[in-house]
Write a protein that binds this ligand. Sequence first.
Ligand SMILES: Cc1ncc(COP(=O)(O)O)c(C=O)c1O
Length: 357
Amino acid sequence: MSKVHNFSAGPCILPQEVLKEASESVINFNNLNLSLIEISHRSKDFIEVMENARSLVKELLNVPEGYQVLFLQGGASLGFLKTAYNFLPKGETAAYINTGAWSTKAIEEANKVGNANVIASSEDKNFNYIPKGFGIPSDTKYLHFTSNNTIFGTQFKRYPVSRIPMICDMSSDIFSQEIEVGKFDMIYAGAQKNMGPAGTTLFIVKESALGKTGNEIPTMLDLQTHIKKESMFNTPPVFPIYVSMLTLQWLKKNGGVPWIQKINEDKANLLYSEIDRNGLFKGVTATEDRSNMNATFVLENEDLKEEFNQMWKDANISGINGHRSVGGYRASMYNALPLESVQALVDVMKEFERTKG
Ligand SMILES: Cc1ncc(COP(=O)(O)O)c(C=O)c1O
């Protein structure tokens, strides 16, 4: 079978060796002659998986003392509501930066608990830039933002400097670059980009910041429920957590976050240089805010669409159709995507230029 260059936006490419080991464990896990997905989550073998996954997160991101790492269900989308319930007292206000569809959803959920004050937004230009130079009101409970905007292809290159606690949805760039966890009261991220299959969501939360809202929080939305039960209040999503553990082991073995950050920068530079050089293409977002994870671009001449689409499909490239709200193309370059796949796409773009030139 020839190699497919998988640029899917999520769920997305995972390391081949992780998929292989995961598939073996579905048949026979730890030589138990039982599948990983047919043993108790309270068995010694699975508890070890959960503990390993948690300690790998702490190690790879240098998580400081006082933070808890949780693997929960409900996606980052339920994380929007968990954020509000756990940090926003009913009727009070939190500051939100609106940089796209996911931020908008986070704002809608916060408004179900208290008030989301949108202090900055790039909606005026279809979210093609990251707002800058805004003030952060000191009388709001926290500042929420989305570090990487998967759909529009923008990314915060510098995080806001805030005197109020910060909470960040890092679903589409966690583990792609070094971060300072201590700057945040909470970071959350769906697994299905840089970590594993869909089905679990990572929360890294400062424990001392919880329990202060006075809200009556539904049990499953209360992060303290899950801290007390070490992410096992109910049956955890064993397979996504296991595959996340394998992916984090892969990352650690190869050199950790600094190693992948360099590769991610190289991949992004390679593709954006070609977008800028090649007269047939145009980037969608403000240059200084371009995402290293999701590159959005369009054809200067839409009439050439069918021809270009045929060329990249012939080159075994998959998953670069843009999101319907942006159009054009979106090449997602998550951690497991090798540089050679980006090179394959760049080669097609060059060849396309040659045939048109
Ligand atoms: C930045 C961001 N936030 C939130 C979500 C929603 O995540 P989930 O599907 O896990 O609810 C996504 C999904 O792609 C995303 O990219």
